[in-house]
Write a protein that binds this ligand. Structure first.
Ligand SMILES: Cc1ncc(COP(=O)(O)O)c(C=O)c1O
Length: 401
């Protein structure tokens, strides 16, 4: 009998029938469910204020605009030179210029010589990126922002449930960002939360988000259908279908994305995953640990990390020193049905659409370029089998022979 193609999705959260049942059951009383989700986030992460929006990027754009109002005359956002394009696009949407600084290939966090040498006179804020669920040196970023009189936005879009020094990622600095987009640690396919502790900032945010419209009914219906398809199609035996016909996982540079409130009907599904987020994270960390144990020390490969923090790994990244080898491995893994990705293809300084919005005298970011050319991300979700991990290791190790 002919066997169906199998393709392991690059990222995702396995949703159970119980999750879907709780979601559909709770959808009848959406307002109450949104309050319950807010209470769950506040209790777990020790946060006072939460603002729910349709996406992390929509939330970030408003947050940056509000922070810019407090920092009259300043017009720049400092970001890591290799990060999600949505961060830079949100800064542009907030009317800011972007100053990317170089990153370290070993941590994917800022290179501290770049941070300490930067002129911050025109900067509203600095942002963390905690990419692939690896927390940055957030205490140091917080202290730096304090000495330079900048706001610090702790972006936990990819690192929900990560920790540094016993503190949750997303709770450092002035305000944080969470995301429930697809491919995040927990997901409702869309959704973002701006969080903060400070009452005065919260008042300003409340005022700004008051102008946000509710999601259109058609969008809510569409998301319901998409979520059901997502829950079903994430299985490797079926994922080849959306993989072949849809371009999933691309993150284009876009500033005109929709901005509405979060659909309260999705809240019970987010809360249900939050209740079991320890287990979700443990599974991802276990898969990443197994790959790391066999790939660390492989010549020509760097395994970035922050040994002092708790990482959550919605994907697990490695960086090849030789871009041609990365491209070869990427193609081979995908041919073998493994959803490896090359993540964001360029350092921010090289993204064509961002050129008009880069801060004056933006310095080159050579290590961010090395990351862009050499990175490969691997899946960590529970659909990744022991056999998949063996194949991943074989393809990567044999590519250096
Ligand atoms: C670091 C980072 N910040 C912000 C965002 C924006 O979040 P969303 O996808 O919910 O718009 C993303 C999206 O991937 C991200 O990776």
């Amino acid at each position: 009998m002919m066997s169906l193609p199998r393709f392991v999705p690059p990222a995702g959260t396995a949703l159970s029938l119980g999750d879907l049942g709780a979601w559909l059951g709770g959808a009848a009383r959406p307002r109450r469910e949104l309050d319950r989700l807010a209470a769950a986030i506040q209790a777990r992460y020790h946060i006072r204020h939460c603002f729910f929006v349709s996406s992390g990027r929509a939330g970030l754009a408003v947050l940056l605009r509000v922070l810019a109002e407090r920092a009259a005359g300043r017009k720049e956002l400092i970001t890591p030179g290799y990060t999600c394009y949505s961060v830079a696009a949100s800064a542009v949407r907030a009317g800011l210029r972007v100053r990317p600084l170089d990153v370290s290939v070993d941590t994917l966090d800022y290179r501290w010589d770049a941070v300490e040498g930067v002129d911050t006179a025109g900067a509203v804020a600095i942002t963390s990126s905690n990419l692939y669920g690896i927390p940055g040196d957030l205490p140091r970023m917080e202290a730096f922002a304090g000495t330079r009189n900048l706001s610090f936005v702790d972006d936990a879009a990819q690192c929900l449930d990560g920790k540094v020094d016993g503190r949750w990622v997303g709770t450092f600095g002035d305000a944080g960002l969470l995301s429930f987009d697809k491919g995040k640690n927990i997901t409702t396919l869309q959704g973002g939360v701006v969080v903060c502790r400070d009452d005065e900032l919260a008042e300003r945010l409340k005022h700004a988000f008051r102008r946000f419209p509710p999601p259109p009914r058609s969008t809510v219906a569409l998301h319901t259908i998409q979520l059901l398809i997502y829950a079903l199609m994430l299985r490797p035996r079926l994922y080849w279908i959306p993989n072949r016909f849809l371009s999933l996982g691309d993150t284009p540079f876009e500033t005109d994305y929709p901005a509405t409130l979060y659909s309260p009907r999705l809240a019970p599904l987010a809360r249900r995953q939050l209740e079991r987020v320890d287990g979700i994270t443990e599974g991802r960390v276990r898969n990443s640990d197994r790959l790391r144990a066999r790939l660390s020390g492989t010549p020509g490969i760097i395994v970035p990390g922050n040994p002092g923090g708790r990482s959550v790994y919605p994907r697990w990244p490695i960086v090849f020193l030789d871009p041609a080898r990365r491209n070869h491995v990427l193609q081979r893994l995908r041919r073998e049905g493994i959803g490896a990705t090359g993540s964001y293809p360029q350092a921010l300084v090289d993204v064509p659409e961002l050129q008009p919005y880069l801060a004056a005298d933006t310095a080159d970011t050579p290590d961010a370029r090395k990351v862009a050319a050499g990175i490969l991300t691997l899946p960590t979700h529970p659909y990744l089998t022991a056999d998949d991990k063996d194949r991943i290791v074989d393809v990567i190790v044999s590519s250096g022979a």
